[in-house]
Design a protein around this ligand. Structure first.
Ligand SMILES: [Zn+2]
Length: 331
């Protein structure tokens, strides 16, 4: 299964018009220089994505683990040429924050999610074989669980395919009219970087935004990238679609939070909604055990272990990060 998932391919939308280079690379979803390196210590960060081994050994309670910045946030989803060409404007030393650069952050997040979901589907097909040799009754239980899981992955795949093709169209045409974003620049380096996309379900005051699990409905998505440029953390939320839907409502709820608590709200959204999240080791290490538990629990949100809820999104009882907002850009 692991070797299957190592197989990469290029997600560039037009490889026939603009051929790929020969090697599929480990494409970073968060830039290594200045992004990951800004929170790394001895070339390492922490990842909240557990390995199967750790899941088993900790009986479902894994802790963030060390990973080198060459391997952190990477996926084999672009050839070297297209990765360089596509993301050059957001890989430099400094960043000019425009609708076009915000779009590239979102595009990369969607490409990553598309790749991850498809790899999950490939992995699930292999897992289906895991019942071999078991009693019939055990096989039936395994297959029923697998069936529910695969159904879920397929629904997720359908959504992320649609998002990717929307982003591909706009990448090709340069059309940005229905791409929207909110970017916030903090006045310092936060000890986190991340990149992902998700369905907004609750806003940061705990209000429901959209109810998932219904057939035949196009759900709103949103991408979230958090990285660092020139000693300041930047977060970019972006989406293609309506300017009055669930994605917009989530950004409004973020802006409604007082500036001094915005970094904490960001931290909640990240721990709840993405596992492509990286931490500065000494920051995590210094947290009291109780705080580590709160954050670890959030990573189980939306799994069979913990239902997604408005309460967890709105819960601002704890303060983990102290930063001020230097700039807010919308578009
Ligand atoms: Zn390519």
């Amino acid at each position: 299964m692991i070797s299957e998932l190592r197989d990469g391919y290029c997600l560039h939308p037009d490889p026939s018009a603009d051929p790929c280079s020969s090697t599929i690379i480990k494409a970073h979803t968060v830039q290594k220089k200045g992004g990951l390196s800004a929170i790394a210590e001895d070339g390492h960060v922490l990842t909240v994505k557990p390995t199967m081994k750790e899941l088993i050994e900790t009986e479902g309670n894994p802790q963030p683990r060390k990973i080198g910045i060459n391997n952190a946030s990477v996926f084999p989803g672009f050839c070297g040429k297209h990765d360089t060409a596509l993301f050059k404007p957001i890989e430099g030393k400094s960043l000019s924050l425009t609708k076009d650069t915000a779009f590239l952050f979102s595009y990369r997040a969607i490409a990553y999610e598309r790749f991850a979901k498809e790899a999950q589907l490939r992995g699930a097909a292999i897992q289906r074989e895991a019942d071999r040799g078991h009693l019939f009754r055990t096989q039936a239980v395994i297959q029923m669980q697998q069936d529910a899981m695969i159904t879920g992955i397929r629904i997720g795949m359908r959504d992320v395919e649609r998002w990717k093709s929307q982003f591909d169209d706009r990448l090709r045409s340069g059309e940005r009219d229905d791409f929207h974003f909110l970017a916030v620049r903090f006045n310092q380096v936060l000890p986190i970087v991340a990149c992902g996309a998700f369905h907004p379900e609750f806003d940061l005051q705990g209000n429901p935004l959209q109810k998932l699990g219904r057939e035949g409905i196009d759900f709103d998505h949103i991408t979230l990238t958090v990285t660092t440029f020139e000693g300041e953390t930047i977060m970019v939320l972006g989406w293609v679609g309506a300017d009055d839907g669930p994605a917009k409502a989530l950004t409004d709820s973020f802006l409604a939070i007082e500036d001094a608590r915005k970094a904490d709200a960001l931290l909640r959204v990240l721990f709840i909604h993405t596992d492509n999240l990286f931490l500065r080791p000494s920051w995590w290490k210094a947290l009291p055990e109780a705080d580590k538990n709160i954050l670890n629990e959030m990573t189980r949100s939306g799994t069979t272990m913990r239902m997604r809820s408005g309460i967890e999104m709105a819960d601002d009882a704890k303060s983990f990060l102290f930063a001020d907002v230097a700039e807010v850009t919308r578009g």
